[in-house]
Design a protein around this ligand. Sequence first.
Ligand code: PMP
Length: 453
Amino acid sequence: MTDTIPTADFTVPQERKIVTVIPGPASDALHARRLAVVPVGVSSALPVYIARANGAILVDVDGNQFIDLGAGIGVTTIGHTQSGVVEAATEQLNAVTHTLFTITPYEEYVRVAELLAEHTPGTFAKKTMLANSGAEAVENAVKIARKYTRRVGVAVLEHAYHGRTNLTMAMNFKAAPYSTGFGPFAGDVYRAPNSYPYHDGLSGAEAAKRTIDYLEKTVGSYDLACLVVEPIQGEGGFVIPAEGYLPALQAWCTEKGIVFVADEIQSGMARTGAYFASSHFGLEPDLVLSAKGIAGGLPLAAVTGRAEIMDAALPGGLGGTFGGNPVAAAAAIAVFGEIEKHGLLAEATRVEQTLSTGLLELQKKYDIIGDVRGIGAMIAIELVQPGTGQTTKEPNSAAVTALAAHAAQNGVLVLTAGTYGNVLRFLPSLTISDALLEDALGVLDAGFASLTA
Ligand code: PMP
């Protein structure tokens, strides 16, 4: 056991426990109330209502305990209700809850900007603006890049996901359900082929040439303000580009005066064993976007980047009522502190070893596991139709749905992903124990066995 998190830190026993049918009666009753007042467009992957959460465990209103392999889609990266975060946020709540940084500022905003300058890749002078959500960070990055370059074009990649606002809907690859019926959409967004080694078999250089050629021909580099990439695509199914792909794109952007933006909203904040996944690929993005895990569960997002680019907007051009709220900022400062204090970057590597070893074992047993991929605590399996794993790699979303349902019935929460819905992704907290991971892998094993029986 290499876990370094003191178990005394946990206030809920770190164990899986199922005491009712799933969902249980109390969840069902809440769900009936919800259906009357919450629109169907706001859906829930697993309608069990959570009463308490701690570490890697979710406790529902019926007393069932789930091993959480999703962490609120990569938000509670250092664990649910982590004591350092809760204490910092509580203290801040009592000190200053809100003033609005653009009216009367406070230190916590400045400190978060200092920490992001220190921990994002690159040693150049950096500045940060804070916002509320990932999509808002993407929107602001595009605003800033356009103002800086005086160009309008925005390039994105196939299988990308950037959010649910009007501009970010136009930047997503997948239409349904994200943008179906919600147009008209923002213009001047250009989507290029990406690098997806399991499917395209291209080297990084070949894939980069294809992306660059496509953009040069369809829009032309002189009209592009920015290229926005997720170093590891999140909703797209944890697609890890071939070696050299992203550096080649960055070099092209630098040469052509295009702002290179890394959307690290899902891959950032220690999730992959580095503060930002860009580091694994040798990137120093002009702008880095963070959200999700940055504040341990409180809403906060950031655009961090080269000072000269960040300073392009006029005073008052960036901001918003809640962006960089003091309580969320205090929580973010605590997250940085807790990552250092508990050596959580190394824990991401431990999670990777345990999870990927277990998943590779499962792949040997079940041929519908076409691909096992990921870095740190960001691991996925792509499921394919039987016998197609080495050939046509036909997507198997039915197996993903069945496995997620089997896992939930047995007290394990897993997330799905992928353009074709055929990816199971694992984003556990970095503080999850090997014992819990192995328990969850056992549940998955039984799920695969029953599927393929
Ligand atoms: N970019 C990426 C890479 C994401 O994963 C997400 C959220 N899944 C977003 C942007 C949007 O973030 P938010 O939901 O906070 O708006």
